[in-house]
Structures are given as C-alpha cells and as structure tokens.
Ligand binder design. Structure first.
Ligand SMILES: [Zn+2]
Length: 656
C-alpha cells in the first residue's frame, strides 16, 4: 500500500455508486483516472501544511481528529491508567516548546565532547558502536530479523546505514541531483550553526566526503528490494574478518547480540569497502561526520529553530509550505513513538469489532476467488498450482489490530524531557531485541512495525501473512453500510492486492511457510519472468511528470499486486451479483470505485521524490496502468483501438 494517504467524507462514499456510472464514457476511454477524478482533484487544493490531498489524507484527517480527542479525554481524566499517563507525558514533553527552547542543543553537547575526545581509529570504532547503541545511525547496523531460509527463527541481519539521501543523488551530476545535494548541505549548515559548531563549512564538507564514500559502495533503492541479492548467509567469524577494522565483537557485545547466531549480510561488497576505507579516512573527517549524524538524529527533538531549519529544507524540496500546528505534530510524534501503546488505546476507542465479521466475509470471498483463479490458470503447471494453493491455505491474516500486544511496562516516560524519552525508547528497543534473541523462535502473533492506527496494509512474504490496520478500515475503503461495488473496489481490492504480494516478484521466491524456496517449475518461472518484464516496460514508458519516467524495476512488486488485486477483486465482486444483474454496470461501478479510492492531488516535487524512493507507482498509474491490462475494462467501457486507454491484446498482461 502507499505510505502517504487519505479519505473522503462518508456522504460522498455513500453516494458513490449512484454517481458512478456512464456519464463520461469518452473521457473514460481517453484517461480513465483523470475522467473519474479530475473534477475532484480540481476542487481540492492541497493544504499549505500537507504534501497531498487524497483518500489517504482524508483517512489521516480522521486519525488526527480522533487522536486529538483521545488526548483531550485522557487529559480530563482524574484517574489515568499507566498507559494513558505515558501517552499524556510523551505528548506533553513534545508540546513543551518553551522547555525545549530553553535547553536548545545542550542535551546532546556531551555527545560532541565524547566524539572530540577520541584519539585513534580503534577508539573511533568503539565510539561508533556506542553511538549506534544510543540510536545514532552509523555506517552499518546489525539486528535480529526473521530468517529468510527458516521463517521459524531469527537471523542477525547486517545492513548498510549512515547516509541520508538515496545513493543516486551523491553520484550523478544532473542539475536535479546537484540541487538536491545543495538543499541538503544548506540544511546541514543551518543545524550545525544552531549547534554552535566551530567550523561549519569544514564539518559539512567532511560529512559529505563520508556520505559520498558510503554511497559509492552501497546498493541502489531497487537493489535493496531484491530479496535474492540481499540474502547472503554468513556467520560471526566471517563477518568479524570482513569488518576486521571495526571490532564487531565489541559492537555485538554492546548490542547484546550473540556471536553464535546465523548472520545474513545484505551487501558483503559494501562491508568490505567500508572496512578497507575505515582507516584511510582521517580521524577529523570521521569526527565531523559523526557530529553531523548525531545532530541529524536528534534535531527533530531539540528546540524550535531546528524545526524551522527542517521546514526551510522541506520548502526548498517542494514540500508543504507551512508547519502543521504543534498539537498535531505532538500527536503524530506520540503515536509514532509509543506506537502500539498508543495504538491499543486508539483502537479501543475507535474500532468497532462488529466490522471485523463483515471484513472477514469479503476476505474469504477474495481467498476463494484466488483459489479458483489458481486452479483455472493456464500459465501454471499442476505442481506449481499445488504449491500456490498450499501457500494460500497456509496464509495467515490479521484484521485491525494484533492478537497479542507488546508490553510497554519497562518504558519510562517523563512529561518535561523529550530527549530523555527519545533515549528511553531506544533502550526499550534493545529490550525487544533481547527478548527475541532469548526466545529464539519467531512469534508470528507479534507485529514488528506499522501500529494499528496507521492507514495501511501489508503482506510479509517471510511469514506468509497479511495485515489490515484499523486506520485503513474506514470509508471509502471500507464502509459497513456501503454497496458491494464500493467495498470490493475498496477493501476487497486492498485485500486482493496484499494477497497478490504472495505471488509477486518477491513473494514468488517464498513458500507457504515463509521460507525462501523455489516452488515453481522452470518453465512456469521463465514465463512469469517474461510477464514481469512486460509490466516493467509498460511502467517505464509512463511519465510521472513531464520528463520524469516511472521506475518499473523498483515498482514491479506493487504493479503485480495492483493488477492481481484488481483482477481478483473484480471477479469476487461479480460473483456476488444476481444472475439478473447488469454485469456491465457492475464492472463499471467497480472500476470507478477503484479509481476513486486512489484519487490524489500531490505536489509535483513530492511525486518525483516518491518515484525515486518508494516502491509504489503514482496514483494515476496505479489505476490506468492496471486497468489497461484487463479485458473486462475494455468490455465495460467499450475501449477501442485509437483510444488513450487502449493497449493491443498482445501487449496486455493477465496474471489471473
Ligand atoms: Zn503493496
């Protein structure tokens, strides 16, 4: 799903299918997404403090309204639960701008002194580990994740880190990249000046030397999505040798990571290059780099001028021109920091369990449709079909919130010290790591990230499980009182999209138990590869804005999930219609609802930013790029050769 989102008012959702049909057939054939959404887009300006207006920003408005009401309710209570008190304290500490301004940069000055005090590269290696332990990003990181080769246990993943921008901006000399680097270094100069650094220009120069060096050896955003490329099983002894200059034994001890566990190194080449260059980079350069990293990590929790500096950067980057009101920023921060603790209070107050049964009904009809589609598929051999059906049968799902909640008892929160809270959260994170390591076995009931209040959904190939968060289960995506067309074009499609990830380019490499294992015949996989390449080529032709093309290779997983999702959700919806119903009208209702859910008016520079970093295609492409491949769309709207939405049958891709 998409990381930036929103919703429209209930009233609009309820009347969707009434206004949905046929009055714009010419437009539909030319540019379906625009014909459905342009009137809405033209009527909805992007707010000064937002990057977008869309279904997902409407969902976000609802979150803000509910979240602030929840905080107010907690404030007024005479007797608060421990959890409520923590939420209120965190919110209060974040909102206390007066207190934060008085402290300015002093809370982190002792860290700068520690950096200044190091005398050689050995001490530097140790200090890096200490800083990583305290939550500052350094050029590498290790932590337990589910093992791709055995989903019942954890493996320690070694990752690259410590760069701020995507690799390509450090490397290419285009005007756009130069501008990006210019904006970023202006921002660094701003915050380093606020932090009273002695030689700001030198500090920025040295920081960029290290960032560029790291970037030159790191993987691209697209490569990072490649599960095969980033799966390199190893063990402690080998990695210790690989990073011999960095004293990994010290790092592991500090982090509480055992040397006996299996390791996986995302990019061995990056680690080797880091090791080779570690001592070549002079100590003063490393020191300036680390100070910049520390400041970057804490800046959002310091005084107002730091926040204003970030805002100036955002404006230059074409993002929101105004800061959101402090109370909303405090809410977002509290919700993100106390994620599942806040989430439990949030769903208790705002999620109606009666909705679960209705969603499950749609979910089971989607699963049944997938079963039929797999059985009927003419691109899969019987053995591949058997494995696909097994994968579907073993798939787990979770609606709205986790069955098991994290215990936040050990987390301490103060109402007058935001930096203290930030540090306590890092410590709390280490406790969770320690628990995982102690348990050894993966607990499939626990969620790792994305708390339930977020408007999102996701599928994890490594646990063969998908999750629909409570925040997304609102109109127009789900509405218990809406028509079937509205719900199948909304939540039905979202569910079918998530299940589609089980059979996308990454999902295809994992079996029903979540283990990275091939379950395809050679011929079937080769055919799937071909279909993938066709979809990548289609996307590469699409212009996000004039002159900027979509990145098909990066987006292929989402493109496959969107197409699978639309094919399956449509079939599932049509199966709910009576024999006497007008099938053509049903298809049109479905497609129009689908397009409406993904309507979005986004700042152009933000669209370009997503295109560089996010695996999801732009909204227009999610609709037009998908339906152009579906024969049902041609049938429903009478699209013919010569129409903008036309793709010759030989160029269309059918997944199911
Ligand atoms: Zn997705």
């Amino acid at each position: 799903m998409k990381k930036n989102r929103l919703i429209f008012p209930l009233l609009v959702a309820a009347t969707l299918s009434l206004t949905a049909t046929d009055n714009n057939t010419t437009g539909y054939k030319e540019n379906f997404y625009k014909a459905v959404n342009q009137p809405w887009i033209s009527a909805h300006k992007i707010a000064d403090d937002k990057n977008q207006v869309s279904t997902f920003t409407h969902l976000d408005d609802l979150f803000v309204k509910n979240g602030l009401a929840l905080i107010e309710k907690i404030k007024k209570k005479k007797q608060r639960s421990v959890e409520e008190q923590k939420v209120l304290d965190y919110y209060t500490a974040f909102s206390d701008m007066k207190g934060r301004n008085a402290k300015c940069v002093t809370p982190i000055e002792p860290i700068f002194k520690r950096i200044d005090a190091i005398k050689d590269h050995k001490e530097l290696a140790h200090l890096m580990a200490d800083l990583a332990y305290e939550g500052t990003p350094i050029p590498y990181g290790f932590g337990p994740v589910t093992d791709r080769e055995d989903a019942t246990r954890y493996v320690i993943l070694g990752m690259m880190d410590g760069m701020t921008l995507p690799k390509k901006f450090y490397e290419d000399n285009s005007t756009a990249s130069q501008k990006k680097i210019g904006n970023y270094t202006d921002y660094l100069r701003d915050i380093l000046t606020l932090a009273r650094m002695d030689d700001v220009n030198r500090t920025v120069e040295n920081d960029m030397k290290v960032e560029r060096l790291l970037a030159s050896h790191s993987l691209s955003v697209t490569q990072l999505h490649d599960v095969k490329l980033t799966n390199n099983p190893s063990d402690f002894k080998s990695v210790e040798k690989m990073l011999s200059n960095l004293d990994i034994a010290y790092y592991f001890k500090k982090m509480g990571l055992p040397q006996t566990m299996k390791l996986n190194i995302a990019s061995p080449d990056y680690f080797r290059a880091l090791n080779e260059n570690f001592k070549k980079v002079p100590l003063p350069v490393w020191k300036d780099y680390l100070k910049t990293e520390v400041l970057g990590a804490y800046a959002g929790s310091l005084s107002e001028p730091f926040i204003e500096a970030a805002q100036r950067y955002n404006i230059k980057e074409g993002q929101a021109t105004k800061l959101e009101p402090l109370e909303i920023r405090a809410l977002r921060n509290t919700s993100a920091a106390l994620s599942f603790l806040f989430g439990k209070l949030y769903v208790d107050a705002y999620f109606d369990d009666a909705d679960k049964a209705k969603i499950e009904k749609i979910l089971h009809s989607i699963l049944d449709t997938y079963r039929t589609a797999i059985k009927e598929s003419d691109r899969l051999a019987p053995s591949t079909k058997k494995a696909a059906l097994e994968k579907l049968d073993k798939m787990a799902f979770n609606i709205a919130y986790p069955n098991k909640w994290r215990d936040y008892t050990p987390l301490k929160v103060k109402s007058d010290d935001l930096i203290y809270n930030v540090r306590e959260l890092v410590k709390f994170g280490h406790l969770l790591t320690a628990e995982k390591i102690k348990k050894g076995k993966v607990d499939k009931e626990m969620w790792e990230s994305s708390p339930p209040q977020e408007a999102n959904a996701f599928y994890s190939p490594n646990s063969n499980k998908f999750i629909l968060l409570a925040g997304i289960l609102h109109a127009p995506i789900f509405d218990a009182n809406a028509t079937d067309a509205a719900n199948y074009g909304g939540i039905g499609l979202v569910i079918a999209h998530e299940i589609g990830h089980a059979f996308d380019n990454s999902g295809a490499m994992f079996d029903g138990d979540g283990n990275m294992k091939n379950w395809w015949t050679k011929e079937d996989y080769a055919a799937f590869e071909k279909l993938k390449q066709k979809l990548i080529a289609q996307a590469n032709r699409y212009e996000v804005i004039s002159g900027v093309h979509a990145n098909g290779a990066l987006e292929i997983g989402e493109i496959i999930a969107d197409l699978s999702g639309a094919e399956i959700a449509l079939r599932a919806y049509l199966s709910t219609l009576d024999k006497s119903a007008d099938k053509n009208k049903g298809m049109r209702d479905f497609f129009i609802q689908y397009a409406k859910v993904w309507k979005a008016n986004t700042r152009p520079q933000v669209l370009v930013m997503y295109n560089d970093t996010d695996g999801h295609p732009a909204s227009e492409y999610r609709i037009n790029g998908t339906v152009k491949n579906m024969d049902a769309f041609y049938e429903a709207f009478g699209v013919k050769e010569g129409d903008g939405m036309y793709l010759p049958p030989g160029k269309r891709v059918e997944i199911w």
